[in-house]
Design a protein around this ligand. Structure first.
Ligand code: GLA
Length: 391
């Protein structure tokens, strides 16, 4: 068990067991992609792949963090908190800095060992899991009394300022609020949310990891965000009440088509359609209508690939191939794009057959071994009881 591993690794590294062990999951998103920073809806869930953070406080002002999977460490003082040259460390340092910025007191330093089984660069939000996990751990350790929502917002700020990605709130929100067998319908305009049961024993969710991460990802992401904002600025001339793409309809958009650069129009069109699609998909889910839900997943992929242009040949290939399997109800690229995983909703009986055959096809075309994971929806960030760990 990974929790036992990290409990033990902490002891090996620091000489004693940690005070606290925290599990922070990665996330999937069923539908609603690139809608979070446009004040739209998303439908994420926390998964059974997680980052584990073992932590204890110290008697001095020093902080020592050991990244088990990377076999690398970082040390600094609470009196001198700044960006590290080590990219991985910034996810933790950023959260600490944001917490202090909010006026919370942390007087003693800490020791941390962390790592886990969320594949890196696969679009499963390993970074948000680290940020959510360390925020949660510091909150517990120092009794900071931060709410779940505050922790999510702190994690998001850390990602903006320390990792340089102007991400939305979805990933950290899901890692923190996840609930077994439920997806979260989050309204990113006011951050209200509801859980939808997602418990279909005859179906399974399968991630197919392209194994590629085209490195333009982060800058393209920020660019998409900027293109949406540009769209809003232009639309406001005609519709001053518009605050975000959430307030825009397709007829409104079309009425301004001649004023919007065509790329901006295309981006906005995708987002407006996707926000609507989440609503339709949620209604289908409420009616146990997975067929419609799956169709919406395919439509999302088409929009992401053609209008939003955040897909890549590997992702497009996997989604196209999935159509050859009768047992696949829906498939699409997931997350920011330019690599990472596709999410496939597949009849449970056919899961092995699907994985085997799509892997063969992928290898034949790209010469890459496809990693596939059957995912289960899990609880969000939580402390792991020490009794369980120690016996
Ligand atoms: C990344 C970001 C999220 C979200 C998705 C796309 O995962 O971190 O905030 O924008 O991309 O839906």
């Amino acid at each position: 068990m990974l929790n036992e591993l990290f409990n033990q690794k902490f002891k090996d590294y620091f000489g004693d067991y940690p005070t606290l062990l925290v599990r922070a999951p990665g996330r999937i998103n069923l539908i609603g992609e690139h809608t979070d920073y446009n004040n739209g809806f998303v439908l994420p869930a926390a998964i059974d792949k997680a980052i584990y953070i073992a932590i204890s406080s110290r008697n001095d002002r020093k902080c020592i963090i050991y990244a088990y999977d990377l076999d690398d460490s970082c040390e600094f003082s609470l009196d001198n908190i700044q960006k590290s040259e080590k990219g991985w460390a910034n996810f933790l340092i950023g959260v600490l800095a944001e917490i202090l910025e909010k006026g919370k007191q942390i007087n003693n330093g800490f020791n941390v060992v962390f790592g886990g089984d969320v594949p890196l660069g696969a679009g499963l939000s390993s970074s948000a899991a680290v940020e959510s996990g360390i925020g949660f751990a510091l909150n517990q350790l120092y009794n900071l009394e931060l709410s779940k929502l505050e922790l999510a917002l702190i994690a998001q700020q850390a990602e903006h300022k320390y990792a340089g990605v102007n991400c939305g709130i979805m990933d950290m929100f899901a890692s923190i609020h996840g609930k077994t067998n439920s997806v979260i319908k989050l309204d990113c305009q006011n951050l209200s949310f509801e859980y939808f049961p997602f418990n279909f024993p005859n179906y399974t969710l399968i991630l197919c990891n392209t194994g590629v991460k085209h490195n333009l990802g982060d800058s393209e992401y920020n660019q998409r965000r900027a293109e949406c904002e540009k769209g809003i600025r232009i639309l406001r001339f005609a519709f001053p009440q518009v605050d975000s793409l959430r307030d825009v309809t397709i007829p409104m958009l079309r009425s301004q088509a001649d004023k919007l650069p065509s790329i901006v129009f295309q981006r906005c069109k995708y987002v407006v359609e996707e926000i609507e699609r989440v609503d339709v998909a949620c209604r289908a889910l409420g009616n146990n209508d997975l067929k419609t839900f799956g169709q919406k997943m395919y439509e999302t992929h088409e929009g992401l690939s053609q209008d939003y242009e955040v897909s890549c040949p590997e992702l497009d290939f996997l989604v196209e191939q999935s159509r050859n399997f009768e047992a696949v109800v829906g498939a699409r690229m997931m997350g920011g794009g330019f690599g990472g995983c596709t999410l496939n909703l597949v009849e449970a009986d056919a899961a092995d057959y699907f994985i085997k055959n799509i892997s063969l096809a992928y290898h034949k075309t790209f010469n890459i071994n496809l990693q596939s994971y059957i995912v289960n929806i899990s609880n969000g960030v939580q402390e792991i009881e020490k009794e369980v760990v120690l016996n």
